[in-house]
Write a protein that binds this ligand. Structure first.
Ligand code: UDP
Ligand code: MG
Length: 314
């Protein structure tokens, strides 16, 4: 069986199109399937629409989260409840073309445990988003391990063994692209053209994208923490050499008092550097603090299957 996982947040406009296209593709493939939609605390009619689809088709299951937990948590919920031998996370906005699923399944049958879908053409994305995404992938792959493949989102096929491996990771700061890469397994890549959103608006603004990028780097690298040892060492060495220079200059040319401007510059520069270091320390400390609380990643209010209302106790 194949599980299609779809996190939905305020997607009332996109859902009818989504079901229409996904159903058509899955029926063409001809294998049994389920579609798990997670309502991530939507404020519009997303949940009512999902329930309507679930009551008319037993293959659609709906998980209703108690509030908006974010896409990473919604996807985790869907992964936890999925039963398929292969699992495919996909966005509700049809930016990931469902038609690619057919080739993904083919590659899976060839023996691949992970089939990645790479956005070969992102021209439908706003240029600033494309550039910032490129900078993020570069920066991440320089300082964090394992590498995350460039321009590969959550849209991919993963085998049950990968889902099991992911199930064992319960950190509350979840950067799914990083976790997918971290678990590894036999991987191949398919290219596709990223379409524009079918309906509705993107749920990520610049601030949220920045937070996600920080999440991605801090979750998989401690380089921003340890780099301060080297920055400090080089600054101290520089300060020592500069001190030596002033000492010798004073010996040779006598006492020279002016130097207010250079002093102020140095004090401000070093003060800024220290605050930056403390800020980064704070970033990691904050994450350790949140992680130490061991709160669940998401809370399920209810589950809908075959039109029935099942109370979940997660
Ligand atoms: N999403 C979610 N919870 C959120 C934000 C987004 O479940 O808090 C879902 C959203 O409904 C969509 C997917 O995540 O199915 C991707 O979101 P979006 O298309 O807004 O992101 P973009 O494609 O702009 O990066
Ligand atoms: Mg989108």
């Amino acid at each position: 069986m194949i599980s299609i996982l779809c996190p939905c947040y305020n997607e009332e406009a996109a859902l009818p199109l989504f079901f229409e296209r996904v159903m058509a593709v899955m029926e063409k493939i001809g294998e049994s399937f389920e579609i798990i939609c997670v309502n991530d605390g939507s404020k519009d009619r997303t949940f009512e629409i999902l329930k309507m689809y679930a009551s008319s088709d037993g293959r659609i299951r709906v998980i209703d989260l108690s509030r908006n937990f974010g896409k990473e948590a919604a996807l985790t919920a869907a992964l936890d409840f999925s039963k398929g031998d292969a699992v495919i996370p996909i966005d509700a906005d049809l930016q990931d073309p469902p038609e690619l699923i057919e080739s993904m399944v083919k590659r899976w049958h060839e023996g691949y445990e992970v089939v990645l879908a790479r956005r070969a053409d992102r021209s439908s994305d706003f240029w600033l988003k494309r550039i910032s995404a490129m900078m993020f992938y570069r920066a991440h792959n320089v300082i964090a391990r394992p590498h995350i493949p460039e321009n590969v989102g959550d849209f991919r096929l993963i085998d049950r063994c990968v889902v099991e491996a992911l199930g064992g990771i319960r950190e509350s700061h979840r950067f799914m692209k990083g976790l997918f890469a971290w678990v590894g397994f036999k991987t191949c890549t398919l290219d596709y053209t990223r379409d524009a959103r079918a309906a509705g608006n993107s749920k990520y603004n610049a601030c949220q994208l920045w937070k996600l990028a920080v999440e991605g780097i801090t979750s998989f690298s401690t380089v921003p923490l340890t780099i301060w040892f080297y920055v400090g060492s080089f600054t101290a060495l520089g300060a020592f050499l500069y001190g030596l220079f002033i000492f010798l200059r004073t010996l040779i040319f006598g006492v020279d008092l002016p130097g207010y401007a250079s002093q102020i510059c140095l004090i401000l520069f070093l003060g800024g550097l220290q605050l930056l270091g403390i800020g980064i320390l704070g970033e990691y400390l904050g994450r350790t603090y949140i992680e130490s609380k061991r709160r669940p990643v998401y809370i399920v209010r209810e589950m809908y299957e075959k039109g029935e209302n099942k109370n979940a106790d997660i």
